[in-house]
Design a protein around this ligand. Structure first.
Ligand code: PXG
Length: 292
């Protein structure tokens, strides 16, 4: 596996960054996780746009521009001869001293890693997932805005740790006011009365790329109305259907939340339509890695 670091390719075992990099010392950096489907990079422009918006929000200068990042991503996939897989783009504040002052980091760094991807087993999409609510709350947008996909993932990790030993596949994360925000690494949706609902980013939810695709497909292709708003666990428990979205999970049904059966306890018809539309879209859209 070849990894691109600041314009140079390295074999996996030689792909190293400094222990003085503030991405490591302070989580001072940003990232993207992107899927490759059948030789096409899924929603690459949107991922790159989100990367640069995260950078702008934390006053981080990405060493190369959007067009160069787009090309570098495709080239890294080409070199690794991947037709299906996962890409991680990372930008860090770069090397500094042991003080946290970012001004002392003269040059930010970027790297691009590719990998195969760990997915939920196919049964999960047939039977549906189980979720519980985490006690760890989403960061307040007055601290780190949830729209910034930063290297500070500790609150998500604390949430994920709560799942250990529970049998749950994902955790619902509330914000500090008790509104449902999202999951530890996925966005959350529910269906009620034929309409689709998902927490507004104001809750601290990430503006997920898969979330955006589902909203677009519902509105433009499936004629399903979508509302972004403020919802409580009461809305989740009383939903007809529940599902999550994320780069790894795509769209995946949830059939149990906090030991309450959702709907009839099986993946619902609206969720199934959305999963199918998502898969069809993923198979046919995206930036081609190789000339066609
Ligand atoms: N919310 C959070 C907090 C995320 O980190 C999503 C939602 C889904 O967004 P996208 O853009 O992927 O539709 C994410 C992204 C992993 C992993 O290895 C997953 C994410 C991030 C980092 C690692 O499973 N999910």
């Amino acid at each position: 596996m070849q990894v691109l670091i600041d314009g140079t390719y390295y074999d996996k075992e030689h792909a190293k960054i400094s222990v003085f990099d503030h991405g490591l010392l302070y989580g001072d950096g940003i990232f993207e996780g992107i899927r490759i489907y059948n030789g096409r990079v899924f929603e690459l422009e949107d991922h790159i746009e989100r990367l640069y918006m995260s950078a702008q929000a934390i006053a981080l200068e990405v060493p190369i521009d959007r067009v160069a990042m787009f090309e570098a991503t495709l080239e890294t996939v080409r070199r690794n001869e991947l037709r299906d897989g996962y890409i991680r783009l990372v930008v860090t504040r770069g090397e500094g001293d042991l003080g946290l002052n970012p001004v002392k980091c003269p040059k930010s760094s970027y790297f691009i890693i590719t990998s195969t991807i760990q997915l939920y087993p196919p049964e999960a999409y047939e039977k549906g997932l189980t979720v519980i609510t985490c006690s760890t709350r989403r960061n307040s947008p007055q601290c780190i805005n949830g729209s910034v996909k930063s290297l500070n993932y500790l609150t998500n990790i604390l949430g994920a740790l709560e799942l250990r030993g529970t049998g749950a596949n994902e955790g619902i994360v509330l914000n500090q006011d008790g509104w449902v925000a999202e999951c530890t690494a996925d966005n959350l949706f529910f269906v009620k009365g034929g309409k689709v609902f998902t927490p507004h980013p104001i809750t601290g939810a990430l503006r997920g790329i898969s979330r955006g695709v589902v909203i677009k497909l519902c509105r433009e292709q499936l004629s399903i109305p979508v509302e972004e708003g403020l919802y409580t666990l009461y809305d989740i428990y009383n939903a007809d259907e529940l599902f999550l979205t994320g780069t790894g999970a795509e769209a995946a049904p949830i059939v149990e939340a906090d030991r309450r059966k959702i709907g009839d306890g099986t993946p619902g018809p609206v969720t199934r339509r959305i999963i199918k539309a998502f898969r069809d879209y993923a198979a046919t859209s995206g930036a081609p890695v190789w000339p066609e």
